[in-house]
Design a protein around this ligand. Sequence first.
Ligand code: FEO
Length: 173
Amino acid sequence: MISQRMQDAMNQQIQHETFSAYLYFSMAAYFHSKGLDGMAHWMKAQAQEEFGHALRFFNHINERGGRIELYALDQPDHEWNSPRDAFNAALKHEQFITGKINDLAKLADDENDRAAGIMLQWFIEEQVEEEDSVNKVLDLLNIAGEQGPGLLMADRELEQRVPGAILPPGETI
Ligand code: FEO
């Protein structure tokens, strides 16, 4: 059985992960409005992954006899100064999420909650990947530039992203 504290903290993480999806959908809409469909595609793939993250916490609470409670979402920003500005905001957001995952891992240690600890190990590794993938886009924008053919090339490159599975093999909605 999951503890009340862990249940509350994971319910809050469902909110953070779902807000992440909402934020990246908003960034996708911004990129579409600028004619940057490749970057919009990258953000939609990212939003889909975030929904999968929320679902993992949802399933974990449920499988351990807890009660899921969905909290209200804030309205995400919808305008940025440039593609770099949007991806910088995405990086800052991922750093915030990394902090939240670390807080959950600390709580699992404090409560000697091994089941949560094992589940959170996946998220600790995932956050390394999440920050790295945004950093790679920022590197690409630095190299290609944010105008003319360079920006078009970066946009085409990001169009190649293949969305990952929402949940791992064997796990169902
Ligand atoms: Fe689910 Fe991008 O953190």
